[in-house]
Design a binder for this molecule. Structure first.
Ligand SMILES: [Fe+2]
Ligand SMILES: [Fe+2]
Length: 472
């Protein structure tokens, strides 16, 4: 897009300079954001040069500009995907009317809540990952962490732009509050539970970027279908950045798997931990934890809120516009798994109230694809082990499965069975201590920690031993 104002104090492609009120609101928020970044962003690295990608415009060449930058000087900006001329509301009771360029008055509160909830996750993950730089497994990984962090910062900007541009005074108050809450703080926690969990080590980081950032992808995809056009355009551009976060997660776990397999092949299966690698059983327990926590983020299986967001035209299904049905779902049904006594059974429910579950189904299918690729690495090494996604009811705290204890293979357990076996399925205290013992920083160019294989290629065509973060 040629109308990007990259040289402005706030880089943007929304013609910010023509809207003095908005420009002033964002320029007042900017120093508060920077204060938050310095206080809660990557600890100990604020003055280092990191080789980062910055969005300078939204066209395919301009949005991926690479250079060294000190993180507080990163050019956080506001970028919307190109407008689709003649776009309509594609679902719900307003289907067929022109997409909204302003917030419809009757949906103001609901829409603001959706934007704030999405916006709150962005700074939360930066806070969760604040101390990871100290124990990076390589400069390559350190740079990837920082890339994810600055982009989550930009995602916060994206949501704050919507709040300031379209929600007046309440929007400004919400934009302030987004900088006030703190991940894991009991007095002012982040909104969603998964964003108050700790990300204490790099294994958790890679699991988080694979599973929890992928929840973000599905939320953004359903908001990208929104009849509120500025939200749709914002989310479409955010998705291009989100893809990189999931790449970091998938390849990170893949490299840990590869390293484990290498040791198993060369030294024998019992020596993985002794050689400073992470055994596949431990990986499976971490996977179980992060996957189940991320499944909770989709909300209850039966949800009138989800039905309302859809009917109002605010939040669609994954790939709504590509689906071949009436896009109102008034009489449609959808099959969901429910608890019936001590069994999990299938039930037909209203397609509208089960929209959370349908999005969760899309997410699960997507998660499985990466697990399949990790299993290929294991198979190619000639090792007899398979990583598995646990049953959707396993270790849940939201929705009807929260009322029961479900095993990874989907059986309803008694409390006694759960107590006896859960340490086989979830990371234990000893696992955490072991993983923590591996977290020793490796900052020599081209070197990697003992628990992770090098990547197959570097960033932006650079060598693997490129100085992705300068030491001085
Ligand atoms: Fe994000
Ligand atoms: Fe992300």
């Amino acid at each position: 897009m040629s109308d990007a104002d990259y040289l402005d104090r706030i880089p943007n492609n929304v013609d910010l300079s023509s809207n003095r009120r908005l420009q002033r609101a964002l320029e007042e928020w900017q120093p508060k954001f920077l204060d938050w970044w310095r206080e809660m962003g990557p600890d100990g690295f604020q003055t280092k040069d990191a080789y980062l990608r910055t969005a300078v415009s939204v066209d395919s060449r301009g949005w991926a500009h690479f250079d060294y930058v000190k993180m507080p000087e990163y050019r956080w900006g506001i970028f919307l995907a190109a407008a689709e001329p003649g776009r309509e509301v594609n679902f719900g009771i307003h289907k067929g009317s022109a997409a909204w360029q302003e917030v419809p008055g009757e949906y103001r509160g609901v829409l603001r809540r959706l934007i704030v909830t999405q916006g709150d996750t962005e700074p939360a993950s930066v806070e969760q990952q604040r101390y990871l730089g100290r124990t990076c497994p390589s400069l390559y990984d350190l740079r990837n962490l920082f890339q994810v962090n600055v982009e989550e910062g930009r995602h916060l900007w994206a949501m704050v732009y919507l709040l300031d541009a379209y929600f007046g005074r309440d929007g400004r108050e919400e934009a302030e509050a987004l900088l006030q809450r703190r991940s894991g703080d009991p007095d002012k926690p982040r909104i969603l539970a998964a964003f108050n969990e700790k990300t204490p080590d790099w294994l958790a980081f890679f699991m988080f970027t694979y599973f929890t950032d992928r929840d973000g992808k599905y939320q953004l995809c359903s908001l990208a279908e929104s009849g509120f056009n500025p939200l749709s355009r914002t989310c479409r551009f955010m998705l291009t950045e989100e893809a990189h976060h999931m790449f970091v997660g998938e390849t990170g776990i893949g490299r840990i798997v590869e390293r484990a397999c290498q040791v198993m092949r060369d030294q024998g299966a019992d020596d993985v931990r002794k050689c400073g690698a992470i055994d596949l059983a431990t990986l499976q327990r971490y996977l179980n934890f992060h996957y189940s926590v991320s499944l909770d983020l989709f909300g209850s299986e039966i949800s009138t809120n989800a039905a309302n967001y859809y009917t109002m035209g605010l939040k669609g299904r994954f790939e709504e516009a590509k689906k071949d049905d009436d896009h109102t779902l008034k009489d449609a049904t959808y099959t969901v798994e429910v608890l019936a006594g001590d069994r999990v059974v299938q039930a037909e429910e209203s397609a509208l109230t089960t929209l959370n579950e349908r999005l969760r189904d899309d997410y699960i299918a997507d998660c499985q694809r990466g697990v399949d690729r990790w299993n290929q690495i294991i198979r190619r090494a000639g090792i007899d082990f398979e990583l598995r996604l646990p049953h959707r009811g396993f270790h849940r705290t939201i929705g009807h499965f929260a009322e029961a204890k479900i095993s990874p293979d989907g059986r309803v357990l008694t409390q006694a069975e759960w107590d006896a076996r859960h340490s086989e399925w979830l990371p234990t205290e000893q696992d955490a201590v072991f993983v923590a013992s591996l977290m020793q920083p490796v900052t020599e160019r081209g070197r990697f920690a003992s628990w992770i294989a090098p990547p197959t290629r570097g960033i932006n065509g650079n060598a693997i031993d490129f100085e992705y973060v300068r030491q001085v």
